[in-house]
Design a protein around this ligand. Structure first.
Ligand code: BES
Ligand code: MN
Ligand code: MN
Length: 461
């Protein structure tokens, strides 16, 4: 496949401008005000798959947002790669912290991206990364080098829990039949340190509500005599970690898989600078579970974090009040073997048990999913590794990520295939944050690497 680099050089301006058009659509799945834009984005992806040369492209309706399905079957006896990605994006807030509007993509140079990066919500997560697969397919079809069959399944609800995709996968096993699933929705260590993601954490996301008195009260007349739901909530939350930052929920660690000394030593070989890490976040020190390194804390260990907390008066000035209710959104990142539904139940039982009688507590589960591990002796991993070796000139490092793509474990259960996570983003690309961006170099490198995966996978299979 020598002409892939030439093809990318020749067409890169068009690839970039097509991606920019896609990034202009605010496909925010969490906010129903953007419903029309989410649907428009699905239509645009359908068109791009048709233009890339798929034989069949469909907008598949679901109880929620549609799933774009496309395929190019060249010979049923050859293997089939199923590409998954998502066209929905996170809400852009806090919008004031963006240096340029989130849905008006612009290209700017950064320290890590001297060739320039596209700044827009969804640039890296996941429109830019998903679009690399569309362009890689275009190249393979256009130049007669597609070595096997391909299916695409691009959803619009990843950022809100992939409910409709679960529904779709359970009903379409045959349509989605494949030998391997390929996803670019993760990251790599650095542009000169290629890595392949071999693990994802699971997730349990809950909302809690603490109710005290039946109305907001004067904090002078009642303060000290009735439970203040905010005081109680913060105390309860604080008790969820002990002095060594272990999670105190009984049974929480029961099924956590402990890595061997050798596996931990292997992990520690990945290049990492704690000083650069601290500097990039403007923090004086790191913080976390005693006995583990930063890279272990953010990948192979489970966590519990408050994502939002509210209640009472937060407007201008002061108001003396004891609020009737206080709330928090809490997520737990889980490691393989921990079952998200069990953990959700453990959290609920524990949180209810630690509430004083003076308040009522309600725990509402949101969504969740299991963790995932890709074995490196799998031929999909090996094909990916060879592909990176060719295009980066270096063997990639296997690396477990702290993020979650809960649907991946469902793919394994329903479609019986392994997922290969070929992510080209960097941690500094600010996914979910203001000023999200994706390096042009990374975008083009992804387009160059993907066809090599198809080639090696078909050869090894
Ligand atoms: N693409 C991310 C997940 C990710 C990013 C994994 C980087 C590894 C490295 C995905 O879109 C995402 O944001 N997932 C959510 C979970 C989902 C249920 C909302 C997450 O990890 O918070
Ligand atoms: Mn994503
Ligand atoms: Mn995301």
């Amino acid at each position: 496949m020598q002409n892939i680099q030439l093809y990318v050089q020749k067409h890169k301006d068009r690839f970039i401008s097509e991606l920019i058009e896609l990034l202009k659509l605010p496909s925010i799945s969490a906010d129903s005000a953007y419903e029309k834009d989410v649907i428009k984005t699905a239509d645009k992806i359908k068109e791009s798959l048709e233009r890339a040369g798929c034989d069949l492209v469909e907008i598949c309706e679901t109880p929620g947002y549609p799933i774009v399905f496309g395929e190019k079957i060249i010979n049923p006896d050859l293997p089939t790669v199923l590409v998954y990605g998502h066209y929905d994006v996170q809400p852009p807030d806090p919008i004031d912290l963006w240096d340029s509007p989130p849905f008006e993509p612009i290209i700017k140079k950064t320290e890590t991206h001297p060739e320039g990066a596209i700044f827009a919500r969804g640039a890296c997560d996941d429109k830019g990364q998903m679009f690399m697969h569309v362009k890689a397919l275009e190249f393979m079809i256009e130049t007669g080098q597609l070595p096997c069959n391909v299916k695409f399944m691009i959803e619009g609800e990843e950022e809100v829990g992939s409910k409709s995709l679960s529904w779709f996968v359970e009903r379409n096993q045959e349509k989605l039949a494949n030998d391997v699933i390929l996803i670019s929705d993760t990251g790599m260590i650095a542009n000169d340190v290629p890595s392949i993601t071999t693990g994802l954490r699971g997730l349990s996301y809950v909302e809690v509500e603490i109710t005290g008195p039946n109305r907001d009260l004067h904090s002078g007349l009642y303060g000290g005599a009735v439970a203040n739901p905010i005081n109680i909530l913060t105390k309860m939350i604080a008790s969820l970690h002990d002095e060594n930052n272990y999670i105190t929920i009984p049974g929480f660690y029961d099924r956590v898989e402990n890595l061997s000394k050798e596996e931990r030593a292997e992990m520690a070989k990945a290049p990492f600078s704690i000083d650069a890490y601290k500097k990039s976040l403007d923090i004086n020190d790191v913080y976390g579970e005693e006995g583990y390194t930063t890279n272990e804390r953010n990948s192979i260990r489970p966590t519990l974090d408050v994502n939002g907390i509210w209640g009472g008066y937060t407007g201008e000035g002061a108001k003396t009040v004891i609020t009737s209710k206080a709330y928090a959104k809490i997520s737990m990142r889980l490691v393989p073997n921990q079952d998200w539904e069990d953990i959700t139940q453990l959290f609920k039982n524990h949180f209810e048990s630690i509430a004083p009688k003076a308040v009522a507590v309600k725990v509402t589960p949101h969504h969740g999913g299991q963790g995932y591990v890709t074995p490196i002796d799998n031929i999909g991993y090996q094909a990916a590794s060879k592909a990176y070796e060719d295009s980066f000139g270096k063997k990639p490092i296997p690396q477990r990520s702290g993020g979650s793509i809960p649907i991946v474990s469902l793919f394994e259960k329903e479609l019986k295939s392994k997922t290969i996570l070929m992510g080209f983003g960097l941690d500094s690309d600010a996914i979910h944050s203001p000023n999200e961006h994706f390096g042009i170099w990374n975008f083009l490198k992804g387009i160059e690497t993907i066809p090599l995966f198809y080639k090696y996978y078909t050869e090894l299979k």
